[in-house]
Design a protein around this ligand. Sequence first.
Ligand code: GAL
Length: 450
Amino acid sequence: MKRKLSIILSTVTLTGSLLTACSSSTNEAKNSPAPSAAANTPAATAAPATPAPAASKKQVEIFSWWTGAGEEAGLQGLIKLFKDKYPDIEVINAAVAGGAGTNAKAVLASRMQGGDPPSAFQVHGGAELNTGWVAAGKVSPLNDLYDKEGWKDKFPKDLVDMVSKDGNIYSVPVNIHRGNVIFYNKKIFDQNGLKAPTTFDEFIKVADALKAKGITPLALGDKEPWTATMLFENVLLGEFGADDYKKLWTGEIPFDDARVKKSLETFKKMLSYVNKDHAARNWQDAAQLVAKGEAAMNNMGDWAKGYFTTDLKLKANEDFGWVASPNTDGTFMVVTDTFALPKDSKDQATAKEFLKVLGSVEGQDVFNPLKGSIPARVDADTSKYDVYGKTTIEDFKKSKLTPSMAHGSAAPEGFTTQANQAINIFVTQGDVEQTAKALKQAQDANGMKK
Ligand code: GAL
């Protein structure tokens, strides 16, 4: 158990920027001034402790990486709903900035290791939960909550399987994001008489036409390397198809397979169409290029859709369009955000009240229209979703589902960290052989077997 956790810890780097965790609380008592120096004198220390009036107040501390544009609004909506229902419970929002949990995962690992867990934390369903926190024995099973709330048939079976291990259910999915989407600027496409590409060949034709007009074809912001990894995993999906793509994560197909190399070549070609300043931008900055008409397309998960509609007030199908990334129509790259309950957290009953709201129809329908995702529940109110949401809810039902590696579901955290490094180097150096070798080594080193 200890070994497993140390694997998790060794895969994340704790940086100074982590200290900028944006914990916030609306409860005044939480923000009371620090004790004065006099309180540290021996006399003061010896005095009997007077419990602070707020100490008995119930609290729930929610840990995620949802801060800022495109990330935060859904969480705030959920917190508000919870507060309306439970005015006596204080909510502490312990979100740590950084897309895809770039910083949050390291902070979480250190808090869990240090015996200071939050009440509930964001974790992707699949490997990130199961080979990470469940295997390390760090999270509580939630079967009782699922039974009490009658949830077992309220989430798609595939999703419940992704958050289960050995018959126990370990987290509550709040959403399903789609990872294999290309968002595009409609005006640019219409004005240039272009159709959204559905195959790699079409993508290259469209990109060449845009380039010839002086328009940046593809927006990328890989200041945090996971965005490039995402683009690459979608190329893998397009190249392998859903069934074989899945075999990469079970070790049935090795990473030195010729199709991986072909994917790297295609990926390299796609990278030749991106904005020059890609390494200085984060995902929002890249999506913004498309929003402003400074680039034509952006391959991103549909949190970008939340950013477009909730933050930038754009309209789906009017200001921006979308299409599955090349060759992946009929396949849905699943990125599911779920919340788990640390075994060592003090007040599990109160934490479960939060999970109850997060897993309710009402909670999901407050959160997801703002976040750009679709509800994880099968019985949500579809009238609350715009045309993008409604279409995606239908696509999810009829598509082949595949787990995202870039977002933790397909492979252990150790593999994802090494893949991010290899892809980051590939973006600047473009060495196909070397990168396939690095990915194969990561596959072997992380026990990815069926
Ligand atoms: C993913 C997460 C999404 C979104 C995205 C960008 O890992 O599942 O909800 O937050 O990162 O940060």
